[in-house]
Write a protein that binds this ligand. Sequence first.
Ligand SMILES: [Zn+2]
Length: 366
Amino acid sequence: MGFDLSRRALVGASAVTGMALAAPRAVAAMDGGPLFALVPRPTHIFRTKDHSHENTESWIFSLAVQTLAPVALTPAALRVDLLKAGKVMRRTEYPADGFGPMTYHTGFPPLLADGGTSPTPIFWPFAIRLRDTVPAALGVDAVQVHVEATDAGGVRGWSDIVLPLETYVQKTALVFPFAGKGIVLQGGATNGGHRNRSGAFALDAMGLDDAAWGVQRGDGKANTDYPGFGRTLIAPADGVVVHARSDRPDQPVGDASNPDYFAEEFKAQGGGDPGNHVVIDHGNGEFSMIAHFMAGSLRVKAGARVRQGEALGKLGHSGDTNAPHVHYQLQAGPDWQNADALPVHFSNVDQAFLDRGTYFEARAGA
Ligand SMILES: [Zn+2]
């Protein structure tokens, strides 16, 4: 929920181990103009089938405009080419007025490359949010992005990048982190709402009343009015807990997420607090992150070995959230903010794709 809109998490994402630093590629300094590189987050662009019946596929990612000095750059022009075997299948061009609204400014914190092991700072004057839904029959296999930007003196530079569109093959057979009826609040590439690098395919889901699929009882002003509150959250697959936090309180139910209940480090960045949460290493490069556990309910610590279906704690309302729900994301590393996001599918849910507004019933057992 509110957790999802953190831009700061995206900024932090550049200070990550293994990131190739900023050798600006395919950069031409038009008129001796500014030099910048384009860096995708997540680093892989995965296409997913979407929820419609139109046989379309979708993708979503951010592209950081990266420099080696804290220069101000203004978006000037953007061109996005969808490629099939190197041939342009569709071209979209944005003049400055159309480009600007697709960008967001990350400020100029000097970001250290390679997880801080390199002393060379990098800077992200702005980032671009790119998403698309196309007919699968178009056969798009790469996205080529051309960006032009001007510096403070009005001098224009440009950079290009070609990003292959990949299809992710999930290695772990996962069950949904709770059993029973639920509804997806947001999720997937088509309408995710989670902007950070690790959450591109994250799901938020509420538990529903077993008889009537209802979302709440009574006036909905107490956490206990929500049928999902207190539901057992389970390990989606076997693994080892590599990170656990259990000291956060539940929020009372309000009209919106209340920052007073965020941990200090998330107050400073205006949101993004997962509250009580765990990260489980499945041992094959895939990691499950589960968040917003009920205060005091988490029963595993870092180092614990867990089995699929084992109770981890209870669905709660801790962190940056505006109603009791669970946040789940599959990621390619242990760090829930700096690992690449992975598309996810659950073996005990009928729907192949869980999209915003999807009612589902997770069967007990795999
Ligand atoms: Zn979420």
